[in-house]
Ligand binder design. Structure first.
Ligand code: CDP
Ligand code: CDP
Length: 221
């Protein structure tokens, strides 16, 4: 699989990773891996099963039993379309709780590798460049100020008809960033060879253009 190209996009919550990954993949005709969705689905399933989220072994044990499928950008657990549930901020918090455990990260490792298919993959998350695809020829670390990220998440929720409070959102995202940066298992950090992109003042199109330029320079053929 090492000869299948991968672009990794890691960074904190609401920095624009998912949007950048989707648009870059569309431009290149690549597959996408939204690794956060896997942690979200694991957190949701663990909660529904009534598991203690601090018990990493117990949470990891449910991963192989999940009947997960991905169709047209939607995530299914069995026959249930859980996509909307997964996007909820509360599910993001569940995800970050189960994501601290090494057994959970190991249980999801191979599933993530299986997304590496021709003609290539754009993978977004926290440890795509550091732990899952360390050989990726292009690694992007995407950031934006906390104020910008809270405002983006706020607008995103409001546009879906979900009520939100910008101060609460900022507190939640800063708490999640802290947990992601300070855990010992694959913490949120740029890979040594990552290129930093602060998109606080950049639109989506400009960010995609930057990544495509980098890809022209870095792609291995
Ligand atoms: O995946 P992640 O949580 O990092 O962020 P996202 O869901 O891709 O982006 C969060 C929101 O910010 C979305 O509504 C994007 O459309 C918006 N966004 C933006 O306004 N400007 C950017 N340069 C990037 C994202
Ligand atoms: O969209 P947003 O950036 O808010 O979150 P996400 O990418 O869906 O990830 C949700 C949570 O899952 C994160 O806060 C991390 O704790 C965890 N996660 C992780 O540990 N490793 C990844 N590769 C992706 C997500």
């Amino acid at each position: 699989a090492e000869d299948i190209p991968v672009i990794t996009i890691d960074g904190p919550t609401a920095s624009g990773k998912g949007t950048l990954a989707d648009e870059t993949a569309k431009a290149l005709g690549f597959e996408v891996l939204d690794s956060g969705a896997l942690y979200r689905v694991t957190g949701l399933a663990a909660r529904r099963a009534g598991l203690d989220l601090d018990n990493g072994e117990a949470v990891a044990a449910i991963v192989p039993t999940l009947k997960l499928s991905f169709r047209d950008g939607h995530v299914f657990l069995g026959d249930e379309d859980v996509s909307a549930r997964l996007r909820a901020e509360a599910t993001g918090l569940l995800a970050s709780q189960v994501a601290v455990h090494t057994p959970v990260r190991q249980a999801l490792h191979e599933l993530q590798l299986s997304f590496r298919r021709l003609p290539g993959l754009v993978a977004d998350g926290r440890d795509m460049g550091t732990a899952i695809f360390p050989d990726a020829p292009l690694k992007v670390f995407l950031t934006a100020s906390a104020a910008t990220r809270a405002e983006r998440r706020y607008k995103q929720l409001i546009s879906k008809g979900i009520s939100a409070n910008i101060k609460g959102l900022r507190e939640d995202l800063e708490a999640r960033d802290e947990r992601d940066k300070n855990r010992s298992a694959s913490p949120l950090a740029p890979a040594q060879d990552a290129l930093l992109l602060d998109n606080s003042a950049l639109g989506i199109e400009e960010s995609v253009t930057q990544v495509l330029d980098w890809w022209q320079q870095r792609r291995p053929f």
